[in-house]
Design a binder for this molecule. Structure first.
Ligand code: NCD
Length: 303
């Protein structure tokens, strides 16, 4: 099996540390200029998205370009998938064109893992169903490190639709490897009890105020309506109980930072005042998305 990046759960802590450290080299300089490299010149990456994306897809593209690699982006809606081609046939077709790596987002949990067992081309998971989103967890960790210096000893509150969130799962796996105190919070239907057993150091809390108490980092999540098929709270009801508002921030540490993977829904999970506040690192996360994805692609292409 080729070495790509399928998830954080089985990705060792030293490898995570190495990627996070390498990503620092790819952050913008003080002058605002970005490193442009040629180390991956001549390499071709296929960026295959079966689900919608703004940030992840474009940042993988920019990351590839900044490494000097070429990237071909394909979305399911514009491909032969809509003509009934199976996932395996689509992938075999692309592999026959000899790319050096495939970045892939798919709605089915485990899809990239299944393909990785059959293909020799390394696969980078850009989000599989409700399972994992490893590069998101890495860019979140990079953003936390930029602000806090270390992960050990921090308290991180993850709030929202945890049940359907691949972002939450990858973050829980990553943060628990560094001994972070993790509090998960949301309505009971979106934060089932089993989640307490997902990794060491995880506790559940259904009251947002208690979850935020003493937090160093508050990570807000979107309600994944596209994955919820039963009636659920409307936006204003959800916001009343689980939306992050300015008054909540005083319960956290004074230097708390607020993260959100995007896309954000103002007035549902987060107020505009918080999203646009000094405490919000949402756009820093986007910026770090490029640096971290450069580190991941470089590792995969130059192994
Ligand atoms: C997330 C995703 O697709 O899992 N977005 C992202 O990659 N930045 C979260 C979401 O869609 O809510």
């Amino acid at each position: 099996m080729a070495t790509g990046l399928l998830g954080i759960e089985n990705f060792p802590r030293p490898d995570i540390e190495q990627l996070l450290e390498r990503a620092r080299n790819f952050q913008p300089k003080e002058s605002g200029s970005y490193p442009r490299l040629t180390s991956c010149a001549g390499k071709m990456i296929v960026n295959l998205f079966f689900e919608n994306s703004t940030r992840t897809r474009s940042s993988f593209e920019i990351a590839a370009r900044r490494l000097g690699a070429e990237m071909l982006s394909i979305t399911a809606s514009g491909s032969s998938v809509t003509k009934g081609e199976s996932l395996v046939d689509t992938l075999n077709t692309l592999v026959a064109m000899r790319p050096q790596a495939i970045v892939m987002r798919h709605g089915a949990s485990g899809a990239p893992h299944f393909l990785a067992r059959h293909l020799t081309t390394p696969i980078v998971n850009a989000g599989d169903g409700t399972h994992e989103h490893p590069t998101q967890a890495l860019l979140d960790a990079r953003t936390i490190l930029d602000n806090k210096g270390a992960l050990e000893g921090l308290r991180v509150a993850i709030i929202g639709d945890i049940a359907h969130s691949r972002v939450a799962r990858s973050n829980i796996f990553l943060l628990s490897k560094f001994g972070v105190d993790i509090v998960l919070c949301g309505p009971p239907s979106l934060v089932p009890r089993e989640l307490a057993r997902i990794a060491p150091g995880v506790r559940l809390e259904h009251d947002i105020r208690k979850a935020i108490l003493g937090a160093d980092v508050i990570m807000m999540l979107r309600v994944q309506l596209e994955r919820i098929h039963e009636p659920t709270m409307d936006a204003s009801e959800y916001f009343q109980f689980y939306g992050l508002r300015l008054e909540h921030l005083s319960l956290a540490k004074p230097d708390v930072i607020v993260l959100h993977p995007g896309p954000i829904n103002r007035g549902r999970e987060i107020s505009s005042e918080v999203a646009d506040s000094q405490r919000s690192m949402i756009l820093n996360q986007v910026e770090n998305g490029i640096a971290v994805r450069m580190a991941v692609l470089e590792r995969v292409l130059l192994q």
